[in-house]
Ligand binder design. Structure first.
Ligand code: TNX
Length: 498
């Protein structure tokens, strides 16, 4: 413990020092808690061995093969040792690099995986600088959300995004699976949801295969995410954002609906007074819960502008009761906090601005008052589908205009709602809505580099944060994105390296 406090103190001092020439290339995003640089470096060679926890060791070998060309052997023990032992704190790891050996230690494989991401960012031209790092996350929940309803993304595309976010130590992928434009997950008891309900997307056709995941497809996504120590959070958005379901089953709505290819929100609602609706909720939630090894299921609840207040409250009470009987902790967008009858421990996801808009702070505090925690996704800084500037070819501007990169970095989730600090926060999430985003290139160039800013806010100790300090680290990170073939927007506030 004493050693750790010492290392921490030095690390914090080091964090304040200006970057030395050359050091910039081996900086890490998200910034670790404590780092002390040593002399010399570890040189990777064709006969360097990797040992310890086998799954993470194999992942590391694969990543180093891409980075260096060496196919390093993996065995019980190695020059690079991934040891299950103790961690400085939950979710964390310690990493020691000397010219002779690399040792990574954590209390589980997920912690080692986080440490491996640090190691991979330190590696440069086949060498890793001598260093001692002690690191752990500020927040337990570090999420990225992908909207596969407005535009569908295939299993392969989602797996690529999982790889993209894994390098930034995200550990949750929230999939927005249903919306007005499409229902994207097969539900055996209501097959029409992925018939008529998945017949289109924003802008209509232009897509060859089916616009939904079979259950096996979905299991493949969940398993792939797990191989990157990422837990999938499925979202079934209700009672609004349900045009696709109603188009498939008119009895679910008060009025008939047809498949929708536009980008308006707030025009659909499930029929609140009909028992069929609750049979539907029960069937869907049961089948989705059965596909979900993780603890959470997201029930939406946002922008239900076509549902009266009384109906909304009645629906949320019944739908959340049904869902909690399926053994999952519920997450809802902050409007769900209008209800004072939530199952205890329900998590609220805040999507208003860094200055809360009408009612949003109260609705979010309601989750805390009912024993739950909060995930922060302030739309004006954490929404990856906002334009970077007025000239961005993709993206929207409704959340207080474009979100330039520095704005995505210089905010603190514990400083938005009085009464919601680190203790009340489960974590931070960066959503990407896909009304204007249809391809992997679109997705990556909108997400990166802003998602690196959100990752640091979710993982690294609380600020003060300065974009001037972040920018050179991001420039170095840009080289890694180039090497990985990840498209990113060369934001003008950073001097990118050639
Ligand atoms: C608001 S924020 C939405 C989504 C849209 C998004 C576009 C929230 C919970 N709902 O339905 O896709 O804006 O940025």
């Amino acid at each position: 413990m004493r050693r750790f406090v010492f290392v921490l103190a030095i690390g914090l001092l080091a964090g304040c020092a200006p970057l030395q020439n050359g050091t910039a290339m081996t900086t890490v995003i998200p910034a670790p808690v404590a780092r002390v640089d040593g002399d010399g470096s570890f040189a990777l060679a064709a006969d360097t061995t990797i040992g310890g926890e086998p799954a993470v060791a194999r992942y590391l070998a694969g990543a180093l093969r891409t980075a260096t060309g060496f196919a390093l052997p993996v065995g019980d023990h190695g020059d690079i040792e991934l040891a299950i032992g103790s961690a400085p704190a939950v979710g964390g790891y310690s990493l020691t690099v000397t010219p002779d050996a690399i040792r990574l230690e954590a209390d589980d494989a997920a912690g080692l995986f986080a440490g491996v991401q640090t190691l991979l960012q330190l590696e440069h031209d086949g060498t890793v600088p001598s260093v001692a790092i002690e690191d752990y996350p500020r927040f337990e929940y570090r999420g990225a959300m992908l909207d596969v309803a407005r535009h569908f993304f295939t299993v392969e595309q989602v797996e690529r995004y999982i790889d993209d976010i894994a390098i930034l130590k995200f550990n949750y992928l929230h999939l927005h699976l249903t919306d007005d434009q499409g229902w994207r997950l097969a539900i055996d008891s209501w097959p029409g949801l992925t018939g008529v309900g998945a017949s289109t997307q924003v802008g209509g056709g232009g897509f060859a295969g089916p616009l939904y995941y079979s259950k096996d497809d979905y299991r493949a996504i969940v398993a792939y995410a797990a191989s990157r120590y990422i837990t999938v959070v499925p979202e079934i958005d209700m009672p609004g954002h349900t045009n696709a379901a109603i188009a498939a089953y008119p009895e679910l709505g008060d009025a008939p609906a047809t498949p929708y290819e536009g980008i308006d929100v707030g025009f659909s609602s499930l029929a609140i007074g009909s028992e069929t609706t609750y049979r539907f909720v029960d069937d869907v939630v049961r089948e989705v819960a059965a596909l979900t090894p993780g603890p959470y299921i997201h029930l939406g609840g946002d922008e239900s502008h076509s549902t009266t207040d009384t109906d909304f409250l009645a629906f949320i009470k019944r739908a959340t009761e049904i869902a909690s009987h399926n053994g999952k902790t519920i997450i809802g967008w902050h409007e769900m906090g209008r209800s004072t009858q939530l199952p205890p421990g329900t998590i609220g996801q805040y999507w208003s601005f860094t200055t809360p808009q009408e009612g949003a702070a109260e609705q979010t505090l309601s989750f805390v008052e009912q024993g739950g925690k909060v995930i922060m996704s302030p739309a004006d800084v954490a929404y990856l589908d906002m334009k970077y500037d007025a000239n961005s070819p993709l993206g929207l501007v409704w959340a207080n205009g474009p979100t330039p990169l520095p704005e995505a970095y210089e905010w603190d989730p514990a400083a938005i709602i009085p009464g919601i600090g680190d203790i009340q926060l489960l974590g931070v999430e960066a959503p990407i809505w896909t009304e204007t985003i249809a391809t992997t290139d679109d997705l990556e160039s909108m997400a990166f580099p802003r998602i690196a800013a959100t990752a640091e806010i979710a993982w690294s100790p609380a600020g003060p944060r300065s974009f001037a300090e972040f920018a050179p680290r991001l420039a170095a990170f840009g080289k890694r994105l180039d090497a990985a073939g990840i498209r990113f927007y060369r934001a003008p506030e950073v001097t990118w390296l050639d």
